[in-house]
Each structure stands twice: as C-alpha cells, then as structure tokens.
Design a binder for this molecule. Structure first.
Ligand code: DOR
Ligand code: ZN
Length: 358
C-alpha cells in the first residue's frame, strides 16, 4: 500500500456557479482543497469588487461549517472596466486576479473583450498594481480552426501583449497544446500556466471516436495525443511555472447531452484521485506536491497550506458518485475512464455530500 502526504492542495481555476448549483458543488471542492481561484463568468458577470464580495459571501454561506475553504476572488475584464475598479481590487485582500475572456470564446463570455488593444491601459495599470491577468487563451475568429485557436492566440494576442507590457504577471489558463507549453518554457518571466485534470487524461479521441461524448466537451477543446503528452510532461516536471487549475465547470447533464451542448467538465468530486494516478503513471509522485500545493500558492503570494492531505493507494478502487443530484436534474461527474485506486484519507467524511450523490 503506497502512502503519500501532500500539503492541502489549492485549485487555481474553479467554476462554482451560483444558487442551487453552487450549494451542491461547493463542498466537493471545500473538502479536498484549502483555497480556489473562483471564476467570475456568472450571469451577470462579476465585474466589480462589490459583486465579488457578495458572491464570496454566498460561497462562504454554502460551505459546510466543518470545512475550511478560502475562495480567492477574480474580476471579469470588460472594455468598460475602470481604473478605479482595478485600484479597489488591488486594495481588497480577497481579490486575486482579473480574468480575460475573449468575447464569445466560451461559457458566458459575451461581455468579454472584443479587441485586446482597447484594454491595454487597463492591463498597464494591472501591471503597476501587480494584479495578475488570468487568460482564456483562444481566439474567436470563426475562420480559425477550433483546434488551432490556442496557438493562434499565443501568436496574435498573448505574445504581443507580453512584449507591450512585460511586467504584467500572466497565467495562461487551462493550457491544452504543446505550443502553449513550449511558449511558457521559452518565457523567462511573468508567464505561468494552469493545467486541468481532464486535459492530462484525455485526448480528442475520447470526445469524438466511436460516438460523441458530450461530458468530455470543454473549452479549450481536447487536443491530439502529442499535446496531451506535452501537458503531462510539464505538469509532472516540478517546474514552478505549472500548477493545478481543475477548471471544474458544472453544467446540468441535459444541457450537455443536447444538440448544442455546453462546454465544461465537472471534476471536483474525484480530482485528486485522478491526479495521483497521472503522477504515478508518469513516475513523478515526488512532484505532485509542487503541482497541487506549492507552485500556485507561490504565484499568488500565499503561504503553502500547512495541513496535510494523505493519499493512500489501495487495491480496491475508490468510490465516486457518477452524478450529483440538483432537484429534478443532475450534474455528471468526470469519468476518467479508469478505476481510481488512490483514496483520500480524510480526517472526516462529509456525509451531506455522500447523501446528495446519486
Ligand atoms: O469548458 C469550459 N467550461 N471552459 C471554459 O472556459 C468555461 C467553462 C464554463 O464556465 O463552463
Ligand atoms: Zn474555466
């Protein structure tokens, strides 16, 4: 029986939604993570510090009182964001970044940025205030093939912005291509990347070969095997520029099993077991702690969580719910396609969650 102790992890890219869905998903994250960077793509988007504070309070209210979890809030960048809002964000201890969604790139991104050059003064101010820019790195031009949108974004948007504002600290979120990984490696400062669990485990065949599998549809979309290999090498390298952001993004199952299905994979319920499996397969368990618990904290100027999470590899697979009930509906939990032998040895079970699961 293999055992592993890591510092309590942080999820540096998480969608929690609001209302009923928030109440049903938050404790999966709060159970396994100390903190998470909370995405602001609600309807309406979180564009002010006041909205972020109200959202943070709704998140805190929904957390099981036995769990300690700190939501690290972000703002949604629009072409109407003001310098005053940025200044307030810099002065507010629970604000950790500003998210760039190219308008139309993904779920609830309609209010995002249409022309990056219009927000350059805002990005300059963010650099001066040391507010990180968290980037959804895909172009939206319909003429660009969806599998190329990340590489083209790096060429046409990210690299020019970095040349213009080298002091801006940037996270290339949910990087999915070898191009993205190579670009991060080639940069010598101020560029970091988060990686999701589903992009480490699946390539695009899982989505499209032998039938279309809507629960594997996410954005950026799954890529070829050569890209997945590059992501796995980077994640398991111990390099401090790469850290975990699950991009766990719950949608009701019927909204994904749909003629026009929503993008997003809900991985919060079994993320750590999946990840330990990846690191074991890559013979890199010694780097799991940097990826889950150290590199992201360092980037955001936080102390590593002092308490430990114990992972135990057993001969029996761990049990995970297949679905999480939400009233008449449900959310489908990420299926990695293999049994997960890594168990999280929690001090305390969260019975409410177990009862809630189908
Ligand atoms: O798959 C995704 N789902 N990618 C995103 O960028 C957004 C997210 C969501 O909010 O559903
Ligand atoms: Zn996301």
């Amino acid at each position: 029986m293999l055992k592993l102790a890591i510092n309590r992890p942080d999820d540096m890219h998480l969608h929690l939604r609001d209302g009923d869905i928030l109440k049903h998903v938050i404790n999966y994250s709060a159970r396994d993570y100390g903190r998470a960077i909370i995405m602001p793509n609600l309807v309406p988007p979180i564009t002010t510090v006041e909205m972020a504070m109200a959202y943070r309070n709704r998140i805190l209210d929904a957390i099981d009182p036995n769990l300690a979890f700190d939501p690290l809030m972000t703002l949604y960048l629009t072409e109407h964001t003001t310098i005053r809002t940025l200044q307030m964000a810099a002065d507010t201890p629970f604000m950790f970044g500003v998210k760039l969604y190219p308008a139309g790139a993904t779920t609830n991104s309609d209010s995002g940025v249409m022309d990056i050059w219009r927000v350059i003064p805002l990005l300059e101010r963010m650099a001066a205030l040391d507010i990180p820019l968290l980037v959804h790195g895909e172009v939206v031009d319909p003429a660009i093939d969806i599998f190329d949108r990340e590489a083209v974004f790096i060429d046409k948007v990210l690299d020019p912005v970095r040349r213009e504002i080298p002091d801006l600290r940037i996270v290339l979120e949910h990087v999915t291509t070898k191009d993205g990984i190579d670009y991060v490696y080639a940069s010598n400062k101020n560029l970091y990347a988060t990686l999701t669990i589903h992009h480490l485990i699946l390539n695009r065949n899982a989505l499209l070969a032998g039938g279309i599998r809507p629960h594997y549809y996410c954005l950026p979309v799954l890529k070829r095997e050569i890209h997945r290999r590059a992501l796995r090498r980077a994640a398991t390298s111990g390099d401090q520029r790469f850290f975990l952001g699950t991009d766990s993004a719950p949608h009701l199952s019927h909204m994904k099993e749909n003629a026009c299905g929503c993008a997003g994979v809900f991985s919060a319920a079994n993320s750590l077991g999946c990840l330990a499996t990846v690191f074991e397969e890559e013979k890199a368990l010694e780097h799991l702690n940097s990826f889950t618990s150290v590199n992201g904290a360092f980037f955001y100027g936080l102390k590593v969580n002092p308490d430990k999470t114990h992972l135990v590899r057993k001969s029996e697979p761990a049990h995970f719910p297949k679905k999480v009930a939400i009233g008449q509906h449900d959310i489908t939990v990420f299926d990695p396609g293999f049994p997960i032998f890594w168990h999280i040895d929690r001090n305390r079970d969260v019975f409410e969650i177990e009862n809630n699961s189908l």
